[in-house]
Unconditional design. Sequence first.
Length: 319
Amino acid sequence: MNQMPFFSVIIPVYNKEKFIEKTLQSVLNQTFSDFEVIVIDDFSSDKSLNLAEKFVSENLRIIQHKENKGLSATRNTGIVNSNGVVMAFLDADDTWEVGYLEKIHSLHIKFPEAKLLATNYTDVFANNSTMTPKNFFIQNEDDILIDNFFEVSCSKPIYFPGSLCVFKSVFENVGFYDEEITFAEDIDFNIRANNKFKLAYSPKSFVKYVQFSENQITNSSFKNKKIPNLNKYENYARNNSSLKKYLDFNRYIFVKMYKQENCLEKANELIKEINPNSLNFKQKILLHSPSFFLIYLKKIKHFLIQKGIIISSYYYKSR
């Protein structure tokens, strides 16, 4: 292994024994081979660590936390201990297509000014149905330099952490993941990173994003999670209307989640911070819908997913 590999692949692990082997194999199968792998075990209580240890080699090592520290701290441990130029993140239940790192590297060659590199992804649901997001702002499948990340991100995200690679220098500039945040820490980092650096992007999907595994934060209770303090970015938004819409769009998402758990006080606090002009007509209706209605919609959506029918307010294309 080179002293400084191009990629450091950072894989946080917490009780993912059913998935970790497939995830690691998807990394080792990459056609682009200039990488190291750092598995950070966040004090798992299942067999995840034992299974990961079978893959230890010259370019794959494991770091163990002596206590459970959470996803942000686990990613930060990987970054601090990395030797690579570019950080590639992959959760322990997701997988890459064999050409993912090669595509990311080609984005770097094509758009050397970009310090953020990402591809599209495919959602994988419990019944093994898959759907790939399609963004209205991105009309074809050519690699592009995103002019305005915040404008294209007020809907289904164009990437998720497992399809994003970040130059290590970006973290040294804007800071690491906020370890106090226990939900949507990637949104907080996205704001800081995309406010300063260019994003090169492939609309083609190279990553499978599992939506149903154990210990997945999106499957657990939301009301006690610490969400990003979006107010601290309002100063940036004064001169960036797209950022303001992005902040309010995410507040809208949080409001719905709070209402679905009957946390009306927290929901109403966020509603006061939203400029109604940031939302479309449908979003305005859902923003002020009663909790019972949002809870009912969530149950219907979950039932349909189990039947292989995916209903979303975002446009999807079949893969």
